[in-house]
Design a protein around this ligand. Sequence first.
Ligand SMILES: *Cc1c(COP(=O)(O)O)cnc(C)c1O
Length: 466
Amino acid sequence: MGTVGENGGVPDTTTSPDPAPTGATTRSSTASAEWFERAHRVTPGGVNSPVRAFNAVGGTPRFMVSGRGAWLTDVDGHDYVDLICSWGPMLLGHAHPEVQAAVQDAVTRGTSYGTPSRSEVELAEEIVARTPVDQVRLVSSGTEATMSAIRLARGFTGRDVVVKFAGCYHGHVDSLLAEAGSGLATHAVAGTPGVPAASVEATLVLPYNDRAAVERVFAERGSEIACLVTEASPGNMGVVPPEPGFNQFLAETCARHGALFVSDEVMTGFRVSRQGQWGLDGAHEGWRPDLMTFGKVMGGGFPAAAFGGRADVMGMLSPQGPVYQAGTLSGNPIATTAGLTTLRLATDEVYAHVDAAATTLSTAVGEALDRAGVPHLVQHDGSMFSVFFAPRVDRVVDFAGASSQDTSVFRAFFHAMLDRGVYLPPSAFESWFLSAAHDDHALQHVIDALPAAAEAAAQACEGARP
Ligand SMILES: *Cc1c(COP(=O)(O)O)cnc(C)c1O
């Protein structure tokens, strides 16, 4: 098992930073390197969330000093087109003037009251209006949202067992930091030291998109299963969409066995459509999850997240019901103002723009790699897409497929893009993210960088050949 990224329970095999491949165009990163050195002295690995550290690609992460629209600027003064978007949240781009103004206005009235306030109600109303949940509880991170949803599912059903899929990441919750061992419905093995065996004892891990495995585990253990939790469309092992009808099948299977279906939309929620992934499947197919989790976009770049669902299930939550859950900064007025303003600005036009930008860019990436003769797959879920340098499969449907890729090819591609001012997620197991601010100029900048990066990838492929 490798490290668990901030955005993926996926192993990246490199465990220590080593030098980036050198190239004639390498921009200086002296100031970033100095800050990284300072950071290392006071913070493990120099970062506050692992995948930022470049362990999977080598080299020095860039320390950013500002973001505007589609662009980031680092401490050495270089500009980058940002294809991370803070790992999803920045749907409108950086420093959106209306979000900034709303936040600045909110700050003048104080930053936290520890009492109810209006913006948290308005944000909850916006979430309830867009999604199939009856009620939500606001929290501060996606991890907190999934942790609380699991507790609520266990409290509601009076059962302990949780079913999850290999390659799906739900934050760093003990019971969900589990990878599958070999075989199908295996007992989970903790994905990291520090998680007691007891915490994952009640977690069962299945291969994604595998209906037979789901049927088997429910046939054997159905009456013990509190919930099945899944990413609504996995983006944390690269983008691996559900097969058509798979989420509906999961919802129906759970219902048949009295288990709750927990759909984790922390990444996809309010990003792949107004209504998230549910807007692309459940809304048309006529089913809804029992519980859902949200984060990222709904915080507008601040720490805000939520879980919600059926009124009878949510009614079990304290202070209305017996299942305890709380948070000093939950529903924080600044975070909820940023989230609310972001969602109000996330119109159909925004989603249409982000979808079109994703199509333009993913097509260009595919063409550049084809031209350079680099075996690859581009997979989509709405505007989220990722590139698998996986020559041995023609479609990635699960974690085993995602893991078959050649990460050294990604690494060469990544650094060639970085040298040309494009900041990709520094791991081959992540979605690329776009925003409404990715205009023609920003997209063209990325497209212009592609031929050289594809060439670098081609050379890495050759290097990998015996
Ligand atoms: C990012 C993410 C989380 C965790 O959210 P944090 O705010 O990082 O704790 C949970 N689930 C999914 C699907 C995510 O992408």
